[in-house]
Design a protein around this ligand. Structure first.
Ligand code: CP
Length: 310
């Protein structure tokens, strides 16, 4: 089946199983080139990609930059802090200004839900928008790199897997994109665990088994997705203390022993060590956290070349 090319990547919602596997197959093909080399430097030669980040980032921004460069694109890393945004220019006027300079693909991160979709609505016919994280809503390339990592460890049949998402699901765009992808890929045992104050509404938790006792939720799990406690997005008092949070929801080696012996541990980063995950687990043999990072470059190469029709 040939799938039509996507114009933008704003969300994973509604893409469907075949499209998701096709994007992951494209990312698999990029993996041998993701750490460097010049073999693919002609793919986006002469094309221009802009990183437009209104929120901070290490992994997403750097990997999009490397992905675009490894495909030979010209990359504009727009520095919002040194720009006319600081004089009051809006995100939309900033976007239109850069689009007028010939940027064809914008990688955008913004604190407001729907901000990237709003720019996509205003984009000209030859301009692609890639959502690099908007508010609590979507982080589609993180969802794809998580699925690629999971697929490479556990195979293409997601229906056999038990996946547990732990922590601050309420504020997490990563959790939303991961849950959207896992449902569409056929995962039937989806579990979510966190304190009641950090759980989102039922629309996010559709089809999930929800609980607050981490030890019980860990039994028989194949994949653990630990989430960062997003203190920058939360009102005061949702968590009594970081020590109490770690005692109830932190993943240490004792707890990890309750999952399956070959369970893998994922975290999107950045990590709060000693808050949601112990260093012994983050750096231990079951952790695939740095593989997630490496797979992110391949996913972003695949998505950029797909959207730009290369
Ligand atoms: N996972 C993630 O989005 O990390 P950054 O905020 O560092 O990009």
């Amino acid at each position: 089946m040939t799938l039509p090319r996507l114009r933008h990547l704003l969300t994973l919602d509604g893409l469907g199983e075949a499209r998701l596997h096709a994007l992951l197959d494209e990312a698999e093909a990029m993996l041998p080139h993701a750490r460097g080399g010049t073999a693919l430097r002609q793919v986006l030669a002469g094309r221009t990609v802009c990183n437009l980040f209104f929120e901070n980032s290490t992994r997403t921004r750097s990997s999009f930059q490397l992905a675009a460069q490894r495909l030979g694109a010209d990359v504009l890393n727009f520095d919002v802090g040194a720009s006319s945004v600081k004089k009051g220019e809006t995100a939309l006027d900033t976007f239109r200004t850069l689009e007028a300079m010939g940027v064809e693909a914008f990688v955008v991160r913004h604190a407001e839900d729907g901000a990237v979709a709003a720019l996509a609505d205003a984009a000209g016919p030859g301009t692609a928008l890639l959502n690099a994280g908007d508010g609590r809503s979507n982080h589609p390339t993180q969802g794809l790199l998580d699925m690629l990592t999971l697929r490479r460890h556990k195979g293409r049949d997601f229906s056999r897997l038990s996946v547990l998402v732990v922590g601050d699901v309420k504020h997490s765009r990563v959790a939303r994109s991961d849950l959207q992808a896992l449902r569409q890929l056929g995962c039937r045992d989806l579990r979510v665990c966190g304190p009641a104050a950090l759980l989102p509404g039922p629309e996010v938790l559709e089809g999930c088994t929800v609980g607050q006792e981490l030890d019980a939720m860990l039994e028989g799990v194949d994949v653990l997705m630990m989430l960062r406690l997003q203190r920058e997005r939360m009102e005061e008092g949702l968590v009594p203390s970081l020590e109490a949070y770690f005692a109830d929801y932190g993943l240490d080696a004792r707890r990890l022993a309750r999952a399956k012996p070959d369970a893998i541990v994922m975290h999107p980063g950045p990590m709060n060590r000693g808050v949601e995950i112990a260093a012994e687990v983050a750096d231990g043999p079951r952790s695939v956290i740095l593989e997630q990072v490496a797979n992110g470059v391949a996913v972003r190469m695949a998505v950029l070349s797909h959207l730009l029709g290369a």
